[in-house]
Ligand binder design. Structure first.
Ligand SMILES: *[C@@H]1O[C@H](CO)[C@@H](O)[C@H](O)[C@H]1NC(C)=O
Length: 398
């Protein structure tokens, strides 16, 4: 019985490891060549509902989204990109490795109907290979990256370029979305596309057709912004959407490239011995007295002088109230006092409702003492002076 259990366990482990192995896909690709891997929804659909086709006879076509990353890393390797336009479309991993090495990519598919998830492993091994020395880049204006990545479309594009380059020995080196290179998101209308750059490389030197891109007159036309057509005899595009934008064609001759500058030589990281440290001499002493006089004493003296001047103007030139009163004639002083008294009276009345009625409304009174007097004993001083009064000489001049 125990042996039987052991066998069952062994079988299970084997089955699981087999299943795991089947979910691991290995590819070997050369460095410097374009790589595409299509994530087929069909394959993942089988993982989600492996038996529904057989038993229930039902075929699902679920929307799916993919998440790809390097194993134990949050992101994809630098050279690898992922794209999927819509959950009902297949996804693509694409890119061009630039250095040899192994990348383990985890692919998670999430079923948007049942929210099940499946995981596949893709092991990409990049092997060293010589770079193609002559490369050319074309811009396909009427394309979108997902439409170019299927291998059939890549072959169509390659065929056109083979005609243009006049050689069979061509490889696609890179395909990039124009949006990744600073292109604009197109309007969501028919006839507007994101645009795709396709880079192609070959061992053979550029054809005459390709070299015409470099001619001065072509470049001048392109700079002028005219709609430059592919020159006659060089137009090989059979499918309109695969036609290239002539002015955006670029040629790269890697054989002419400068060798990389030599790496800087590394030192030991320790500075050379320069003997003992000699502290600098202390600077000569400076006389700060003139500065002190200019900045402190002079303003202080000026301030004191101004103070004295102001004090003299404010106090020295003033006459006292008594002196002034003595020089003023009596009738004018009296006039002033009545004005003051009246305004005081008005002020006190304004502050209090129940104030007694003003003295001036009484039949007769002494304005100084408030005493009433007989009407006939009126003060001999008139309240308002006559125009020409005998005291006018004693009034202070102005
Ligand atoms: C391919 O294109 C991408 C995006 O422009 C760029 O980052 C990458 O270096 C290119 N690879 C090669 C081999 O030209």
């Amino acid at each position: 019985m125990a042996g039987c259990r052991g066998w069952v366990f062994c079988l299970t482990v084997c089955a699981v490891s087999l299943f795991e192995a089947s979910a691991e896909i290995k590819v070997t690709i050369p460095v410097g060549k374009f790589f595409t891997y299509e994530l087929l929804r069909e394959t993942f659909q089988n993982d989600f509902e492996p038996l529904s086709k057989l038993y229930a006879g039902r075929l699902y076509d679920d929307p799916m989204i993919f998440k790809c990353n390097r194993q134990t890393f949050p992101d994809l390797p630098e050279w690898l990109r992922f794209t999927q336009r819509h959950p009902y479309d297949n996804g693509f991993l694409y890119g061009t490795p630039m250095s040899p090495g192994k990348s383990v990519i985890e692919i998670y598919a999430i079923n948007k109907r049942s929210y099940e998830a499946a995981r596949h492993i893709l092991v990409i091994k990049a092997t060293a290979e010589k770079m193609l020395p002559y490369q050319a880049e074309f811009f396909l204006k009427l394309r979108e990256i997902e439409k170019v990545l299927p291998s059939s479309v890549q072959d169509e594009i390659k065929q056109d370029v083979q005609n243009l380059w006049d050689t069979e020995a061509l490889e696609i080196v890179n395909i990039t979305n124009a949006l990744d290179r600073g292109g604009r998101v197109p309007l969501p209308l028919a006839g507007h596309f994101e645009g795709v750059y396709v880079k192609v490389g070959s061992e053979q030197y550029f054809s005459d057709c390709l070299l015409r891109v470099m001619t001065p007159e072509d470049q001048k036309q392109c700079r002028a912004g005219d709609k430059v057509k592919v020159p006659g005899g060089c137009n090989f595009c059979s499918i309109p959407s695969n036609c290239i934008t002539w002015c955006k064609t670029e040629l790269f001759d890697l054989t002419k490239q400068q060798p990389a500058p030599p790496a800087p030589t590394m030192g030991s990281g320790i500075l050379e011995d320069d003997g003992d440290f000699n502290p600098p001499e202390s600077p000569p002493s400076r006389d700060f007295f003139p500065d002190y006089i200019v900045t402190v004493i002079v303003p202080l003296i000026l301030a004191i002088i101004l103070c004295l001047l102001l004090a003299y103007i404010m106090f020295g030139k003033r006459e006292g109230v008594e002196k002034r009163n003595a020089r003023t004639n009596q009738i004018q002083l009296y006039h002033h006092h009545t004005i003051h008294g009246n305004s005081d009276e008005l002020r006190s009345m304004a502050g209090d409702r129940g104030a007694p009625s003003p003295l001036s409304t009484l039949p007769m009174f002494n304005s100084r003492t408030g005493d009433r007097a007989a009407p006939l004993q009126s003060d001999s001083i008139p309240l308002i002076m006559a125009q020409h009064d005998p005291y006018s000489d004693t009034l202070p001049r102005k």
